[in-house]
Ligand binder design. Sequence first.
Ligand SMILES: [Zn+2]
Length: 412
Amino acid sequence: MNLALDRARLHSEIEMLATFSDAEAPAVTRIVFTPTDLKARAWLHERCKAAGLSVRQDAIGNTFARWSGSDPGAPVVGTGSHIDAIPNAGKYDGVVGVLGALEAIRALQQSGFRPQHPIELLLFTSEEPTRFGIGCLGSRLLSGTLSAEAAGKLTDSDGASVEQVRLAAGFSGELAAVKLTSGYYKAFVELHIEQGPILEGAHIALGVVTHIAAPASFRIFIEGSGGHAGGVLMPDRRDALCAAAELILAIENAARNSGAIDTVATIGLCEVFPGAVNSIPSRVRLSVDIRDTDLKRRDALIHMMEVACRRISEKRQVSIQTQLLNADSPADCAPEIVEALTQSCVKYGLSFLPVVSRAYHDSLFMARIAPVAMLFIPCRNGYSHRPDEFASPEDIARGTLVLAETLAALSA
Ligand SMILES: [Zn+2]
C-alpha cells in the first residue's frame, strides 16, 4: 500500500474551516448549534460526500460519514473528533482529528485499499462545555453515560434547553436513540493535538496515548463571619478566606504527595464576599478540579480533601460544604489499537512516545462502548484554547499518515 496524502488540500481545508467563526481571525469561536456551527457542518458534509462517504446524523447532531467495507455488517472502525470551539480559541483543537481523518480516508481510497470493516468518520456534537455547561455531550449520549432525559433538560445561558435548541437546528428524532450498542465498534481512534508541551520539548513526532485521565470537579462553599477590618480582633475572627487558603494548600499538598506524577489538583476559581479592602471575608466559593489516570488514586485524593474540609472547619469555626459537580472515570486505551498505532509509527520511521491524555476528550466516553486509543501530534508551546494555538502542516501530515495506516490495519 502506497499512501499519498494531499497535504496542501488538508492544510487548505483546516484554513477554510477556521473561517467559520464568530471571532476575528486568527481566533476561532464556534459554539454548538449556532448558525456558524451549522454552516461549518454543512461544509464538512459536502467534503465527506465528495469523498464518496455516506453521511448520517443522529438526534443530537453527531455525524457519521461511512466508507462501506466489503463486509457491511462487520463492526465499524471509527475515527473522528469535534469541530466546536470555545470563545477565542484556535483552529486545530478537534479539527485535526476530523479533517485529518477525512484526508486519511481519501489517501486510503486513492491507494487502492479496500476495507473489510466499514470505516466511519465521526463528528461529535459539543465536545466543549461552552453552551450547555457539560463537555462531550454527543459522546456521553452515544455511550449512554448521560441519559437522554437528563441531556434534553440541560439549558444554555438564555434558558433554552438542549431539546429546543437541537430541534430548532434541524436535528430531529429521539435522543434516546442516540446510544450505540456496545458491539457497534471494532475500534475507535482519535487524532488530536497534544495540548501540552511534552512532545515538542522532547522533539518526538507523535504521542501514542495509553491512558485518558478524567476530572472530578467540585464547588466548595465556605461560610465564616464578616466584620470591620479594624473592629474585630484576631482571636475573634472566623475569616472564610483564611480557611480557603488553608484548604487550597492542603489540596495542593495532597496532590503533590500522591506518589504519582499523573495526580493533579487545581483550584481555578475563588470568589470572595463581600470583596472589600476593609471587610473580613464572610463567604468564599472555590472550584476544585482533581484528575488522575487511576480512579482509586483520584478518589483517595478526594477523600483527603474531605478530611481537610472537616479539620479546617472545626479549627476555624467556619462551615464548609462541598458539592460534587461531576466525576467521570478515567479510561485505559485498548492494547491492540495502541499496538497498531505503534507499528504504524515504526513502519514510517517516526519517533513516538507513550503518553497520558490529561485533557477531556470524547474518546474517554467512547471507551465505555468501544476499544479506543488516541494519537497526539505536537503543538507549539503546548498552547491550546487560545488564538495562537498552532500545529505545523508537517506534524499534522505525520499524524494523518499514521492514522491512515492504523485504520487500514484495523479494518483489513
Ligand atoms: Zn479537543
